[in-house]
Ligand binder design. Structure first.
Ligand code: FES
Length: 235
C-alpha cells in the first residue's frame, strides 16, 4: 500500500491549490499512471491528468513525482522508496485542473523555432538525399517526445516568460544540423535574440530530467559554438 499525495486545483472554482491523499494498493509493475487511474476509477472520478500512449512515447503524462519530472506511465511505484508518492503538475505552465496544465506557452516556444525542414530551394525530381553519416548527426536529437519535462525543470523558463526553452532549442539544433535544411542563417537569427540561446546558464536541469536521455544543454552549447564561429568567419 502506498499513499498518493496529489496536487489538486480547479481553476474554475478553487482560490488556491491543495493536496489530497489516497491509499493505493500496488504490486510489482504498478506504474504511477495506473495508481492515478485507480484513484480516478475507484475513489475520486474528478481527478484530472493527461495521458495517451501509456508506453513512454507520446509525452503526455509528464509530471513532478517525488522531486523529479518523470513520465507517470513509465515510473514504477515500487522504485520509489518513500511510502508517500507526491505528485504535482508540470511547472512554469498554468494549471487548468489538478495535474492537467495548459501547454500553450510550451507550444508557442516550439513554433517559434520553425520545427520543420525548410530546404530553401525548389523540390528535386525525386527526393532530398541524405547520406547515412549526415543522418547519424541527428541521432541525439530526434527522439524528443515533447513531454515538457525539460521546460518545467529549467530555471530560466521560470524567470523569463519569453525564453524559448530547452526542448525548442534542441529542435532548432536538430534542423541546423540537417544537411537538407537550407535556411540556417534564418534559424540562427531566431535563437540569437534576448530570449534565445544566450539565456541558458548551463545548469543542466533539462538533461537531468529528460526521459529519453537527450541533452538540450549540449544542443544549446552547439548552437552557441556555431554562432560564434559564424561571427568570427565574418559570414
Ligand atoms: Fe504517453 Fe506517458 S502516456 S508518455
Amino acid at each position: 500500500m502506498k499513499t498518493f499525495k496529489v496536487f489538486r486545483f480547479d481553476s474554475d472554482k478553487d482560490k488556491k491549490p491543495y493536496f489530497d491523499t489516497f491509499n493505493v494498493s500496488v504490486k510489482r509493475g504498478t506504474t504511477v499512471i495506473e495508481g492515478l487511474f485507480y484513484i480516478q476509477q475507484n475513489i475520486d472520478p474528478s481527478l484530472a491528468f493527461r495521458f495517451s500512449c501509456r508506453g513512454a512515447v507520446c509525452g503526455s503524462c509528464a509530471m513532478h513525482i517525488n522531486g523529479k519530472y518523470r513520465l507517470a506511465c513509465e515510473t514504477q511505484v515500487l522504485d520509489i522508496k518513500k511510502n508517500t508518492i507526491t505528485i504535482q503538475p508540470l511547472g512554469h505552465l498554468s494549471v487548468i485542473r489538478d495535474l492537467f496544465v495548459d501547454m500553450d506557452r510550451f507550444w508557442q516556444c516550439y513554433r517559434e523555432v520553425k520545427p520543420y525542414l525548410m530546404a530553401g530551394s525548389p523540390p528535386p525530381e525525386k527526393e532530398r538525399i541524405q547520406t547515412p553519416d549526415e543522418r547519424k548527426r541527428l541521432d541525439d536529437m530526434i527522439d524528443c517526445i515533447l513531454c515538457g519535462s525539460c521546460f518545467s525543470a529549467c530555471t530560466v523558463t521560470g524567470t523569463d516568460e519569453k525564453y524559448i526553452g530547452p526542448a525548442a532549442l534542441l529542435k532548432a539544433n536538430r534542423f541546423l544540423k540537417d544537411s537538407r535544411d537550407g535556411v540556417k542563417g534564418e534559424r540562427l537569427q531566431i535563437v540569437d535574440g534576448l530570449h534565445g540561446i544566450w539565456r541558458c546558464h548551463t545548469i543542466m536541469s533539462c538533461q537531468e530530467v529528460c526521459p529519453k536521455n537527450l541533452s538540450p544543454t549540449e544542443a544549446i552549447a552547439e548552437i552557441k559554438r556555431t554562432m560564434v564561429a559564424k561571427k568570427f568567419s565574418g559570414e
